[in-house]
Design a protein around this ligand. Structure first.
Ligand code: COI
Length: 367
């Protein structure tokens, strides 16, 4: 059920950053969305307020036991001024899948989408229009009960913040060099790997730092049991083109069910290009050698990130001469073209944001 929204609109608008130098997740818009959960009331009091710091008890469970989940999705401005969201229902559905895994009470997905649309509408002049830019939207839930016992929190907050962004990696659509990680793992089957939760990203930081120190942008994650089967790359799903067939690791419980991943699979099938979702060993890639024609990561933040080189235990494998492959570029152009409204949307992926807030009590504040 959609509860009536309260909107506190700020008159103290921030200065907007230069759209050609946005970086990723550095600038935040004028407003944010918050809703509370208690055992007695369930999810209640949805509100849009000026962007501001949170006041949270230091004993809140999120700080101690990591009971938190998040999503990432984007809004785009079209040439004729419309604002489009890319498959937002999928993100909110996945947020609930993560919620169930982390013992967090699920949200009403329809109400969450309405809240998200109203927030984007409130900050619509923050959606950038320069090529390669978008408004990154970060919905998340945190456990706020102040209690140190290890059990699910009785209180939560669902929050949405937004950030105008450029490309995620400084390389943009240029290929990155990847270290194949043989020591640390990101997640294991039965653990949290298929949930979008902070711990999966924290577990990757050490390997990421050491890869960077050695001149690599990111790591290729292998499975936690055999250190053999490929799982993800950095914080993205991963694809390989071998002898004209596209391979991607099958979802196995430790891999995130990426929305860009499933969109790429749908596009490839639509184009009649063979796609296989299955186990892929690191040996298989090295045995393919020159037949490994392209490799790329997929995610909301970077969309498509081509891989130019792998380094596995000091064995280097250069892919497509270290240059962006034709299929990677075609996929990037097709997906971003649909997202920014320059190409037709044959799959009905895009959702247009209504510019006017619906059924909301609006007040103005100078905060
Ligand atoms: C994505 O690309 O979807 C991600 O999850 C990256 C994000 C953690 C910055």
């Amino acid at each position: 059920m959609i509860q009536p929204m309260e909107i506190q609109r700020t008159t103290m608008k921030k200065e907007k950053p230069d759209q050609r130098q946005l970086g990723f997740g550095i600038h935040f818009t004028d407003h944010m969305f918050i809703m509370d959960y208690t055992l007695e009331k369930g999810w209640h009091q949805p509100r849009i307020v000026p962007y501001q710091p949170l006041s949270i008890d230091p004993a809140a469970k999120v700080f101690h036991y990591g009971q938190t989940i998040f999503e990432g999705l984007k809004a785009y401005k079209t040439e004729d001024g419309r604002i489009l969201l890319f498959r937002p229902q999928k993100n909110l559905h996945r947020l609930n899948i993560s919620a169930r895994r982390l013992g967090i009470p699920p949200l009403d997905e329809e109400a969450a989408l309405d809240a998200l649309q109203q927030l984007v509408a409130a900050d619509q002049d923050w959606v950038p229009s320069e090529p390669g830019t978008s408004l990154y939207i970060r919905p998340f839930v945190i456990a706020t009960q102040a209690a140190l016992g290890v059990d699910p929190s009785a209180h939560y907050q669902f929050i949405i913040i937004m950030s105008p962004v450029g490309s995620y990696y400084p390389e943009g659509i240029n290929p990155v060099r990847i270290h194949v990680e043989s020591e640390y793992v990101r997640a294991v089957k039965g653990g949290l790997g298929e949930a979008k939760t902070a711990g999966n990203y924290a577990s990757g930081l050490k390997a990421q730092v050491s890869a960077k120190e050695n001149g690599y942008s990111q790591v290729l994650w292998l499975d936690g049991v055999h250190r053999t089967y490929i799982e993800e790359v950095g914080s993205m799903n991963v694809f390989f083109k071998i002898n004209g067939t596209i391979l991607t690791p099958a979802l196995n419980g430790s891999i995130l069910d990426g929305i860009t991943r499933s969109s790429i699979i749908q596009l490839l099938k639509h184009w009649g290009i063979p796609v296989e979702e299955r186990k892929i060993s690191i040996e298989e890639l090295y045995e393919a050698g020159g037949h490994l024609e392209e490799a790329f990561g997929t995610g909301t933040a970077a969309v498509i990130s081509p891989i130019g080189e792998l380094n596995w235990n000091d064995n280097k494998l250069v892919i497509h001469g270290g240059r962006t492959g034709e299929l990677s570029a075609r996929l990037y152009d097709a997906l971003t073209g649909i997202q920014n409204g320059q190409l037709p949307d044959p799959f009905g992926w895009m959702v247009q944001v209504n510019h006017e807030p619906s059924d909301a009590a609006i007040t103005e504040t100078t905060r």
